[in-house]
Design a protein around this ligand. Structure first.
Ligand code: COA
Length: 701
């Protein structure tokens, strides 16, 4: 059954508060008080079996006694009464249930919570919560929370999974002068989650910036789809807690153990154009700046400073936060030669020197404002004996009022200057004592600028376009499944690689010494011999691998040694044969993988391969599907990339082939739901071509 329009959660025409109380300290009282205090234009219906009056409103004994239709019911009664109340709400045809009550899945009462959701859905209702502090929406002046009553309305929307932190953030928005368009507590996310809310907020005219506090993601694939589109329209900032590696530790592959939930989250958010802030303070700085600053028309930023050191610090910060410094020296000279003394610098950072007076700032900043080649400005300063702080305040105000391009200020000095900074900040000027904070705000603006104007076409990917025989792959997997195994033997993994047209070292399975010798001669020396047995996963540990065999005699000895070692160390192992493989030539060892992530669905990975993979942890992740261009970016992001470009006269490696192979693994995992992990380590990369040396494929249980 299709649920009600999400609009009625943010713009209900009336609200019932079930559990409304005359007692001022009760949550049910505070919600009614907040709704009235903010002059919610719709009707507010307090519900309490005792009846009477609350804050001048008549109290109904049951929701069924209300004559008008009800769009939203806030439920603030003990857990044991909630289900019966939800049934009454269904009878009343309420659209949205905002369940404040705690005591559901967060303490293990999962069944009770599921029952609520199933019942609500069956009856055309949707649930926000449970275990939340409510919802605020400026569009209809609705403060249906039990947080603070006076919320500053504005254009920042906050979605929070944490209640206590959410209430604290609500308070902080007031002190930081950040106006809210919405504040939604999602709590247990039993039904409505970030994706549902984003659909509304992205279209909501009151909202310019969206911030989310996330602890865990339930339906990651859906969220990714929505975020990719949403960030093209509005900046989205996320704070995520929980950098735990616990889940990852249990994973059976490198891809799994490297894919700490946090790394995947970070990379996928980046892929979606979402900016991840490290702290609430950073997120608030970004929100405030993005909500109030104009969009730049281009990427040329200029730094104006009276201190060389501060200029260098800002230039470093620009590199860190992705802000591009304008470096057309001729144009810079024309713009600034009037306001920079001969011993200053008209190169970027433009140094108006320590002798600069406020008038020099005024002159240079207005020159930068007027020039159309400059798209954004970083204005810095150190307090000096010649800098009149009072006058500086006036000029900064004028500059900020006149500037129609992004600008940030950072000044450092004594108490007088700090007062000026505090005063200007209160008035909404983006001025900071810390250069990094100032530049990070501009960096957030350019991050959004890049996302907004990046071209992204997500075409449907067809396995056949990548020479992948999906039918064959599915039949290999189904044969393994029939044997109730959840991993592929190496010959099966190679068969799968053949079906995906991924090259691997020439290999034969021998069941006698004669066959092994014939295979080695066919492949060409040197060769490698490895045991093939479903009972032996870690072959080297039992003496099941012999490398670099250069003659018939060495192959015969190695064959006998492997059989002997395996019989001795794993007496009950069923040995299928001995694999004879070409000894792979040296190249750059990389790792590529694809896995089915519990939160985000199919993901792909690339990084530095070989035995140091878990020590170096030089890997990057992306959610799949994604365009080839993004896969290339993912490769470029790693420290391995310069190695692939070639160092000390080495030739460039076949990066296109890596990208192709990553795409292939992504396509396979996306199309074959029984595969949980595919990993190739090492994937040896040459100037031309690749070789999948060690392939590990795991299946879902
Ligand atoms: N319909 C309407 N009102 C009802 C009711 C029903 N079926 N059952 C009880 N009530 C009334 C009560 O009589 C009481 O009113 P009163 O003060 O006039 O007696 C009021 O609803 C509240 O019930 P009460 O039993 O006093 O509960 P409470 O206010 O102490 O606690 C909750 C209720 C929901 C606040 C509590 O169970 C809870 O979950 N607290 C945690 C909330 C939270 O932290 N959420 C997450 C925040 S991030």
């Amino acid at each position: 059954m299709k649920g009600p329009d999400i609009k009625y959660l943010f713009e209900p025409r009336n609200v019932a508060v079930i559990g409304a109380s005359v007692k001022k300290n009760k949550i049910g009282h505070k919600i009614v008080r907040n709704l009235l205090f903010n002059k919610f234009p719709g009707k507010v219906f307090p519900i309490n079996p005792k009846g009477g009056k609350i804050l001048g409103l008549d109290v109904e004994k049951s929701i069924l006694d209300i004559k008008d239709p009800v769009d939203m019911a806030c439920i603030a009664i003990p857990e044991k009464f909630v289900f019966d109340t939800v049934k009454q709400c269904a009878q009343k045809k309420v659209k949205f249930l905002v369940i404040i009550t705690s005591g559901f899945s967060e303490i293990g009462n999962i069944k009770e919570e599921k029952q609520l959701v199933q019942y609500a859905k069956k009856n055309g209702m949707r649930i926000l919560g449970p275990n939340i502090f409510g919802i605020y929406s400026s569009k209809v002046s609705m403060n249906a929370t039990f947080g603070q009553k006076d919320i500053l309305s504005g254009n920042v929307a906050i979605i929070t999974q944490s209640g206590a932190l959410g209430i604290a953030m609500m308070g902080k928005t007031k002190t930081e002068n950040i106006g809210l368009s919405a504040m939604v507590s999602v709590g247990n996310k039993s039904d409505i989650d970030e994706s549902d809310l984003l659909k509304y907020l992205v279209e909501n005219k009151e909202t310019k910036v969206i911030m989310m506090y996330v602890e865990g993601v339930k339906h990651g694939e859906r969220l990714v789809g929505i975020l990719k589109k949403a960030t093209k329209k509005k900046p989205i900032i996320v704070i995520k807690s929980g950098r735990s590696k616990r889940g990852a530790m249990a994973a059976a592959s490198h891809t799994g153990s490297l894919a700490g939930a946090d790394e995947i989250f970070s990379d996928i958010m980046k892929q979606c154009g979402v900016m991840r802030a490290e702290s609430v303070e950073e997120a608030f700085d970004w929100c405030k700046y993005l909500a109030n600053s104009p969009m730049p028309k281009g990427k040329n930023t200029v730094i104006v400073t009276n201190g060389g050191g501060m200029g260098v610090m800002a230039a470093d910060a620009c590199e860190k936060f992705g802000v591009s410094l304008y470096d057309d020296t001729e144009t810079l000279k024309k713009i600034f030669s009037d306001s920079v003394p001969s011993f200053g610098s008209v190169k970027n950072p433009v140094d108006i020197t320590g002798q600069a007076r406020v008038g020099d700032y005024e002159k240079s900043l207005f020159s930068a404002i007027k020039n159309k080649n400059i798209h954004s400005i970083i204005c810095l300063g150190c307090e000096t004996a010649v800098l009149d702080v009072k006058n500086l305040k006036k000029v900064i105000k004028e500059v900020y009022a006149e500037c129609k391009k992004p600008i940030v200020f950072s000044f450092l000095g004594g108490t007088k200057l700090e007062h000026v900074i505090t005063h200007l900040r209160e008035k909404g000027t983006p001025i900071y004592s810390n250069v990094y904070e100032a530049v990070s705000c501009l960096g957030a603006m350019y991050n959004h600028f890049d996302t907004k104007y990046s071209i992204f076409h997500e075409k449907k990917i067809n396995p056949a376009d990548y020479s992948i025989d999906m039918k064959k792959i599915k039949s290999i997997i189904s044969d393994v499944k029939k044997e109730h195994r959840n991993f592929l033997l190496s010959d099966e993994a190679q068969e799968l690689m053949s079906a995906a047209d991924i090259t691997f070292p020439k290999t034969y399975i021998a069941s006698s010494i004669e066959e092994a010798v014939a295979s080695a001669e066919e492949i060409g020396f040197p060769v490698v011999l490895k045991v093939v047995s479903k009972d032996i996963i870690h072959k080297s540990d039992v003496g099941g691998v012999k490398l670099n065999l250069s003659s018939v005699e060495e192959v015969i000895d190695a064959y006998q040694a492997i059989i002997h070692n395996c019989r001795h160390n794993k007496p009950n192992a069923n040995i299928k044969g001995i694999e004879v493989t070409e000894m792979v030539k040296k190249g750059t060892e990389t790792i590529i993988g694809a896995r089915r992530d519990a939160s985000f669905g199919p993901i792909v990975m690339f990084g530095l391969g070989g035995i140091y993979v878990e020590v170096m942890k030089d890997v990057s992740f992306r959610g799949f599907p994604l365009p080839k261009k993004e896969v290339k970016n993912m490769v470029k992001e790693t420290k391995t990339y310069p190695l692939l470009l070639g160092v000390r006269g080495e030739k460039k490696k076949d990066i296109n082939k890596i990208v192709d192979t990553i795409m292939k693994l992504g396509i396979i995992i996306k199309n074959c739901r029984y595969i949980s992990d595919i990993e190739i380590n090492p994937l040896v990369v040459y100037e031309k071509g690749i070789k999948a040396v060690d392939i590990r494929i795991l299946l879902t249980n």
